[in-house]
Design a protein around this ligand. Structure first.
Ligand code: PA5
Length: 466
């Protein structure tokens, strides 16, 4: 099957942005990096931490059981709450935001045809209190999602909800909590067994930020009525197409090489700018994928490289009135990736009016669809004129198939560029350090050494606090 996404990289090239761009010769001269990255991914599909490449093909049974559970939740519950963080929440927010009504929770029940959805990815006490003010726990299904089964944020949310359901309300937790976690390791799988919770497994070889197409994401999507088979079909198209080693026919490989060469030229910031509110959370998901995968202190040979490209979210047209001034005239340190949509699912006309004000009236008779599209084209033009590297990925429309393509596309881009940078794309030692320091600050057993290290760390000085 052919990829429906279109990748346009004209404005990355020196033909369009002069010496700030990349030449055809540079692509040819560096093709060895692309070939090596492609070979690595091909040879390791489904192995080690590349389990995610097989998710579109090996989940037939699990999809059936997810759809069954999702139907039960859809019929029996008013609210569905995701408790998770990082890769255990961002996929759900990205896909649900893309594929359900933007004001889903505010629609009357008969129009929404799915529970209200809450994705709680923080431990801000005000947020937890606010959630509990607007949901009736007796009419709520909570999906606790943690691959490791031990993340402090998610486990503390679990403790609060368990206590509320069981001790305070006397409810049977089995009817209100679904666990999604690793089959063997961590605390949640043990708790789930003991409490008899419906449990879905995060497959081996699928890390948090690559988990949006496994039960971590699939259950929340299905609860919201999203066609998860179509989503996986879209992802499968990308998996199939990326077997192609020809960089001119494999857009994920081309984008990875262009970003790799851009980093070498000092473009250390990657802006993702969807021109569609429905895709704005895809940019948040991308920020985690790109940031956590590529930001590494050492390379695979042990050299200190401090690699990475800082991901930034922007939304068109909103950020034209915020960040685009910087993108057009500030430092030449960014690559902007626009995500465009050809056909919006709604058409909104701008009616006639204000005939005596030509500088407003020119909009009349047009549509918001035209306005958002022309503004994207205009911003692309302005950036290119100012010699700013940019590229555009176009979806013919936002639907489960194209969203599946988009997610899988960026996972492949990340895998390719990680190999080009010669780093470990799949670990997160920088995150672990913070997690361990939190355990030490709480006096958790086994972290005494870390607690000592923290105690001996240089203390802040009053002279620098005003
Ligand atoms: O990508 C990752 O591995 C992380 O961002 C995790 O998703 C995040 O730390 C949450 O981990 P867990 O699912 O184990 O609770």
């Amino acid at each position: 099957m052919k990829l429906s996404l279109r990748f346009d990289y004209n404005n990355m090239m020196s033909d369009f942005i002069g010496d700030k761009g990349i030449t055809d010769k540079e692509i040819v001269d560096n093709i060895k990096y692309a070939r090596k990255a492609h070979r690595f991914v091909e040879e390791n599909r489904g192995k080690g931490w590349l389990g995610w490449t097989e998710l579109p093909f090996n989940q037939e049974k699990i999809v059936e059981s997810i759809n069954e559970t999702a139907n039960l939740v859809r019929q029996g519950y008013e609210n569905f709450v995701v408790l998770g963080i990082g890769g255990s929440a961002l996929g759900a927010r990205a896909v649900i935001n893309a594929l359900t009504d933007l004001h889903h929770n505010l629609l009357p029940q008969e129009e929404r045809k799915a529970p209200r959805i809450f994705i709680e990815d923080n431990v801000d006490p005000e947020r937890m209190a606010a959630l509990l003010r607007v949901i009736d726990p007796a009419k709520t299904m909570f999906n606790v999602i943690t691959k490791s089964g031990s993340t402090s944020e998610t486990m503390s949310q679990y403790l609060i909800i368990y206590d509320l359901l069981k001790n305070k309300l006397g409810l049977d937790v089995k009817n209100h909590i679904i666990a999604t976690t690793d089959a063997a390791t961590g605390n949640l799988i043990r708790i789930a067994g003991k409490e008899g919770l419906i449990t879905f497994v995060v497959p081996d070889g699928v890390g948090g930020r690559f988990s949006c197409l496994c039960p971590v994401g699939l259950l929340p999507y299905a609860v919201m009525g999203i066609d998860i088979e179509a989503l996986l079909d879209g992802a499968a198209t990308v998996c199939d197409l990326t077997h192609n080693e020809n960089i001119y026919e494999n857009p994920a490989l081309m984008l990875a090489l262009l970003q790799f060469l851009s980093i070498k030229k000092g473009k250390n910031i990657s802006v993702m700018m969807p021109y569609a509110d429905s895709l704005s959370s895809i940019a948040d998901w991308y920020c985690q994928l790109w940031g956590e995968s590529l930001g590494k202190a050492v390379d695979n040979d042990g050299n200190v490289v401090n690699a990475g490209q800082t991901p930034v979210k922007a939304v068109g047209v909103t950020d034209q009135h915020s960040q685009v001034q910087l993108y057009t005239e500030g430092p030449f340190d960014k690559v902007i990736t626009f995500i465009g949509v050809e056909k919006f699912r709604e058409t909104v006309e701008i009616p006639e009016g204000l005939e005596d004000m030509p500088n407003v009236h020119f909009l009349c008779g047009h549509t918001l669809n035209e306005l958002i599209t022309k503004e994207r084209m205009a911003t692309e033009y302005a950036l290119t004129k100012a010699k700013r590297a940019n590229n555009t990925i176009t979806l013919y429309e936002v639907n489960p198939f194209t969203v599946g393509e988009l997610l899988q596309f960026f996972e492949f881009v990340t895998a390719y560029i990680g190999d080009m940078l010669n780093i470990n794309t799949y670990n997160q030692p920088g995150v672990e350090e913070g997690k361990n320091a939190t355990y030490a600050l709480f006096g958790r057993g086994g972290y005494e050494e870390k607690a000592e290290e923290l105690k001996n760390a240089k203390q802040k000085e009053d002279k620098y606090i005003i």
